[in-house]
Design a protein around this ligand. Sequence first.
Ligand code: SIN
Ligand code: CO
Length: 382
Amino acid sequence: MYTVNLNDLTPEQFLAQYWQKKPLLIRGGFTDFKDPISADELAGLAMEEQIESRLVWQKDGQWQAEHGPFEDYSHLGDKDWSLLIQGTDHFDADVAELIRPFRFIPNWRIDDVMVSFATPGGGVGPHVDNYDVFIIQGSGKRHWQVGSNEQLTEVVAHQALLHVETFDPIIDVELMPGDILYIPPGFPHQGVAIEPSMSFSVGFRTTSKAHLFSALADHIIDNQLNTDMVIDPYRQVTTKPGLLDQQDFDNLKQSLKEVINDDQKLADFFGQHFSQAKHELDLEPLEDDFSTDELLEVLQNDQQLIRIGGLRSVYLIDALAEGSIYINGEKFMLSEALSPALQLFADHSELSYQQLAPWLKQPEFVTFVSQLINAGYWYITE
Ligand code: SIN
Ligand code: CO
């Protein structure tokens, strides 16, 4: 199990001083760090169609990038290229473990673990991300530079690579295994491998306000909400037919506010939207559904329930009190009395018989748990 030391800062101090504010170099954040996945295993994942992989290299001083799947790297030689795989936590339980020390940030803000392997000289070039990231250095060494968050000119280095012009580094370091670099959004950075090296990026996500609005609009349409029309029974004669006057403006604005002000609807939207997985889940639904009797039997044998990597579960306090939880974009509604049991499925990624025992006499709960197992969202330890 991984634990992290954030330069002796408490998570509270880290959030107050650095989160979304300034980069932080954390030497030896992980003690005795061992790669949770090898470069060969990474290459194996890159062969899969449904896994998002990217190769970045330079040829005659020109940046090149290509999306996977990939079978062979021999044409690239042994330097100046790197292989990057998104959502590796979805496909490898050991990689998913890297998120655990950062769970002081809620599920809905966590994006994925991107793993990169780079040969000497390899990297993706100087760029800016919109997201916070903890870059954990695995085996090998990489030279990292991070600049200040001033506006930089963007450069299209390749149609799949948006770079920024060179920047003056405020951090200029060689990362060793177990070191961590925290980079908030907007700070330009670039890593170049010094020797064959692995790097694990625990990334966070948020959204632009425009996308949030657009996703809310989709939610409203999909669920046929707010279908009532905007009306104007107050209408007076106008002498300026071209004018949309202040009263109409206020009426239209009020209609939009009514759409936004419905907290119950927003809770459902946030719960469903932010519990959606980033990448395809590596689900293995059971061939024969697990019966509730089988579940009880297995759990009593002291086996654990484990949440698969990348599955998101989210609850909001009022909705939870009513017995609702959001899992993988879907709302599950049970009896109010089961709220504390539902909460376990979002706050934990492993559950023991002891934790579940108080509720296992309730058929509704046992049915819910078997539903999660039959869908492949949770599995029982071997
Ligand atoms: C990398 O691992 O090479 C890229 C990570 C990043 O810059 O965000
Ligand atoms: Co980056």
